[in-house]
Design a protein around this ligand. Structure first.
Ligand SMILES: C[S@@+](CC[C@H](N)C(=O)[O-])C[C@H]1O[C@@H](n2cnc3c(N)ncnc32)[C@H](O)[C@@H]1O
Length: 348
């Protein structure tokens, strides 16, 4: 596999071929994934040219970001960076990384425009040009980032394991990786992996879900949580003829930099959401099957207790119990969404 050929092909697609999301041939980038209600109002304050060139496949914008440092991998023209700018507040910080000049030129054009719109003395967003496989070259230090987000980008990388390893290097302990990407229900045949349109449309490079899960496990992260997922339609006849035998889904996942177990173990722990996360007064969804109603205690496995207690969500939960007494494997409920793609999710 020629890594430079893949990178050049992607740069050409996002720098020269596409001018707006209307130019895409499939819904892989830009799925119909509903934009969260509490964030819709913020979108009105993002510059139209930035919104027009949004090529993401989800809404990787987690809550509880006030004052945090967030890194957006493959930020494109910056739609998510500018939404995050608002969510972290004036004292927070957003760093967007992308390799394509044309994308970053547009992103940078509107820095001051957004700062002024939000009433900030200066922009809290910076854009760095470079590769998501090598964040060290961009000066992003070990354990320096609270939250890493990414929207439909990791599939485009010729070295996805290196990207994941960089993410875990830069995240602070307890930090969160929250990203949306395209996943395949099987490994992509070698002969399709270099097709420029299939690559650019976020299909040819898609991780087979189980390989993604294994890559995370190899990095010491055995518990990946699915927040939401939706099927991807391939309407274009030519694209369908080439790759229509494969099922693709857009999946938003949540992973923490924490020492977790590879199965959910029961220590008799209970978590109660305090209802204190901004924009989430009534409930908080950790993933597609952990729905915490405010004030309602829920039995949780050891990993879920650690995710809540060991991350920035900790102060929003009351956690009862510790790991002194073990009651065996946790009797997890099956995920409530249909996950033919993700049947082997590590935990619960
Ligand atoms: C599908 S677009 C998504 C852009 C943006 N996240 C959004 O939601 O609009 C993919 C972006 O990732 C960038 N990209 C792809 N591979 C990259 C890599 N290896 N390093 C840095 N940027 C990359 C491309 O230049 C492009 O801007």
């Amino acid at each position: 596999m020629n890594e430079t050929a893949i990178t050049d092909s992607i740069k050409n697609y996002y720098g020269k071929v596409l001018n707006s999301s209307q130019d895409l041939k499939t819904s892989a980038c830009c799925t119909a994934d509903a934009f969260p209600k509490h964030l819709r109002a913020l979108l009105k304050d993002v510059h139209p040219e930035v919104v027009e060139r949004f090529y993401g496949c989800g809404s990787p914008l987690p809550p509880a970001l006030e004052g945090r440092t967030v890194l957006d991998l493959g930020c494109g023209t910056g739609r998510d960076c500018y939404l995050l700018s608002r969510l972290v507040g004036e004292n927070g910080r957003v760093i967007g990384v992308d390799m394509t000049d044309e994308q970053l030129d547009i992103a940078r054009t509107y820095r001051d425009w957004h700062a002024e719109r939000y009433g900030y003395a200066r922009s809290n967003v910076e854009f760095r040009q470079g590769y998501i496989e090598d964040l060290a070259s961009l000066g992003i230090a070990d354990n320096s980032i609270d939250v890493v987000v990414s929207n439909c980008v990791v599939n485009l990388s010729p070295d996805k394991r290196r990207v994941l390893s960089e993410i875990f290097r830069v995240l602070k302990p307890g930090g969160e990786l929250y990203f949306s990407d395209v996943y395949a229900d099987r490994r992509i045949p070698e002969q399709l992996k270099l097709e420029p349109v299939l690559l650019g449309e976020c299909l040819a490079g898609a991780f087979y879900w189980e390989d993604f899960r294994r890559a995370l496990q190899d990095l010491g992260c055995p518990d990946v949580r699915i927040v939401s997922e939706s099927p991807i339609d391939i309407d274009d006849d030519e694209v369908h003829a080439k790759i229509g035998m494969i099922g693709f889904r857009s999946v938003t996942i949540r992973v923490f930099k924490l020492p977790l177990e590879d199965r959910c173990e029961d220590f008799g722990q209970v978590a109660t959401y305090r209802g204190t996360i901004a924009g989430h007064p009534h409930f908080f969804d950790l993933d597609d099957h952990h729905h915490f109603e405010s004030g309602r205690p829920l039995r949780v496995c050891g990993n879920t207790a650690d995710m809540l207690g060991g991350s920035r969500y900790g102060r929003h939960f009351e956690l009862l119990g510790d790991k002194n007494v073990h009651f065996g494997l946790f009797d997890c409920a099956p995920p409530n969404s249909s996950t033919n793609l993700t049947s082997g999710a590590a935990c619960c």
